[in-house]
Design a protein around this ligand. Structure first.
Ligand code: AMP
Length: 573
């Protein structure tokens, strides 16, 4: 299949799997339990060789990462017996850890690489039917993270790094006519600033061949073109002279780039003039990459705030959201690529894991029993659930922490919309505000900035309990100097836009203090990104933490050290 991609065959297989979702889910569970029955963890739950969903859910508990941590640690420390899986785990994945402030260890194996390829092939088959591409290249802003070995000698790195390093990845990308235009030395460079510069340079050199611009998350594409705005003249100069900028100091990158960079004053002039001709970088992508058919990356959830800027760069080029997954494994593919990113749903592949759904709506608050997760084919349309995953790499009934909404069915499987991370982000007493609520408030307030032709580059929040009563702090990095008047208005608007009844009533009786807007120095979020990359995260998987709490003192310190102005809301008098 890898040699010649047959979209219709992939779609046919997908249709047949999803028509029979219930049976496929049961078989998948049986396969997982059968393969791993000898593992210490599963033996503990006395399944007695019974692999049906009922026995499974009555014997094996629903867990969080914290519950499995001691087992994962044993694996990382080199346990010589099966701990979570029958076959030994040889690689550890570092999840981005944006929520907890530090990366989490997650077991990884070849089966996860295979399910990743299956998701890639499935969504590509549908995408290619709607928007076919010819032979060409992709400008993929992909970055390998640092890898290290654990105490027990296992290789540890981010999930995307594990995927990019696999032989399967290259084969699949080639079959999908979208090999990355940059050499491996650029993808796996030890310094992501240098890597990004060279991705941009390769993109320009191969600009006629670029059919797709992609990354894992939309944030990296926006970040990459923001960087382009700063370095475009230097890039042109490299192309003009054929000499790579002195900012690239890693020898392996220099050697690899020498093979693709030759003096081309004509191309340099062309790019230079095109850039000069653009207003505020509007339509940069179609101007520089005339054959780009679409821009592809995860665009839902916490990526939505970046779509506005991405649309500026994209001009008329279509934005397509990529699939839904995590370091713990994939969940669903985007098989309706014709929908705008904000409306994207993800269709669950019933053979890549065993999925359960923990009800969140209509849960009787008086019922002291925890709601029980239900099976993929038992969920209700329109309801919200937390995803519970059982995968091929040693996670059993694992709460992913994501809230999804069932918005439809594809044959007998589900179409899910991503809602938000489950953990409440902003709460002081009876107020409950999620990532989504914060996003909506920021969106409303940012509209006021548009009058001054400014935008919110990025944002985060914090609950300040050092004051009495406690209050919300919203941090903003703005694209230029906004007047005090406007920022004061923005601050009031933020406060007003948290419409949660608990918040509003607490604000009215002063059980929560006035919201504070703190404006950050330009480049603060770059410092935060650098901090995460330093911890072993990759730009690919980076998601700005939307609430910074006490578990994340370093990021809070970066934020507090970079405040240039602050405003206090007068919304509730
Ligand atoms: P990580 O394992 O660090 O790469 O992060 C995985 C998390 O990213 C998931 O649990 C989701 O919260 C988020 N995520 C992944 N895919 C999507 C998507 N398509 N839409 C929205 N959020 C996503």
């Amino acid at each position: 299949m890898e040699n010649k991609f047959d979209s219709e065959k992939v779609i046919e297989e997908f249709e047949s799997l999803t028509k029979d979702a219930k049976r496929v889910q049961m078989e998948t569970l049986k396969k997982i339990l059968n393969e791993n029955g000898e593992a210490e963890y599963l033996k503990k739950w006395n399944l007695d060789g019974k692999f049906d969903p009922e026995t499974y859910s009555s014997c094996v508990p629903v867990v969080t990462h914290k519950d499995l941590e001691p087992y994962i640690q044993k694996i990382a420390d080199g346990a010589s017996y099966p701990v979570l899986t029958g076959k030994p785990i040889t690689t550890i994945t570092l999840s981005s850890g944006t929520t907890q402030g530090k990366p989490k260890f997650v077991p990884y194996n070849d089966e996860l690489t295979e399910t990743t390829m299956q998701i890639y092939r499935t969504s590509f088959a549908f995408r290619n039917r709607a928007f076919p591409i010819g032979n060409g290249k992709a400008l993929s802003f992909i970055f390998g993270s640092k890898q290290f070995t654990t105490k027990g000698g296992l290789l540890a790195g981010t999930a995307t790094t594990n995927v990019y390093r696999s032989a399967q990845f290259k084969k699949t990308m080639k079959a999908m006519q979208t090999p990355c235009c940059s050499p491996d030395e650029v993808i796996f460079a030890p310094d992501f600033h240098q890597s990004l510069y060279c991705h941009l340079l390769c993109g320009l050199i191969f600009h006629q061949d670029i059919q797709i611009i992609s990354s894992t998350f939309a944030h990296s594409i926006v970040h990459s073109f923001r960087t382009f705005e700063l370095v475009w003249e230097e890039l042109c100069s490299d192309i003009r002279t054929g000499v790579l900028s002195a900012r690239i100091t890693v020898q392996s990158i220099r050697t690899a780039m020498e093979k693709v960079l030759t003096p081309n004053p004509e191309l340099a002039d062309k790019i230079y003039n095109k850039c000069l001709g653009l207003t505020e970088w509007n339509g940069l992508i179609p101007e520089l990459f005339p054959n780009c058919k679409y821009i592809y990356a995860i665009m839902t959830g916490s990526m939505e705030p970046y779509l506005k800027k991405l649309r500026v760069y994209a001009g008329g080029v279509r934005l397509l959201s990529a699939d839904y997954g995590s370091s713990e494994g994939w969940i669903g593919a985007n098989v309706n690529p014709d929908l705008p990113p904000e409306m994207t749903s993800y269709t669950v592949l019933p053979d890549i894991g065993y999925f359960e759904f923990l009800p969140l709506t209509n849960v009787d608050e008086m019922d002291l029993n925890e709601p029980k997760p239900i099976g993929l084919t038992d969920v209700q349309l329109g309801e919200e659930y937390e995803v519970v995953v059982t995968n091929f790499a040693g996670l059993y009934r694992y709460r992913l922490g994501d809230v999804v909404k069932v918005i439809g069915f594809h044959n007998a499987t589900l179409k899910l919309q991503f809602v938000c991370r489950r953990n409440l982000m902003l709460t002081i007493n009876i107020d409950k505000n999620t990532e989504r609520d914060l996003q909506l408030s920021v969106e409303a307030a940012a509209k006021l900035l548009a009058a001054e032709k400014l935008e919110v580059v990025d944002f985060t929040s914090h609950v300040d309990l050092a004051t009495d009563p406690g209050h919300y702090v919203i941090f903003w990095e703005v694209s230029g100097d906004a007047s005090d008047e406007i920022l004061k208005e923005c601050c009031n608007c933020l406060d007003k836009s948290f419409v949660d009844a608990g918040y509003v009533s607490s604000r009215k009786v002063k059980a929560i203090g006035p919201l504070e807007l703190r404006v950050l120095q330009r480049g603060t979020f770059q410092k935060i990104l650098d901090h995460y990359v330093g911890l072993g995260s990759a730009l690919n998987q980076f998601k700005t933490p939307r609430c910074v709490g006490p578990t994340n003192p370093k990021v809070l310190q970066i934020l507090c050290n970079n405040v240039v102005k602050s405003y206090v809301s007068s919304t509730f008098g």
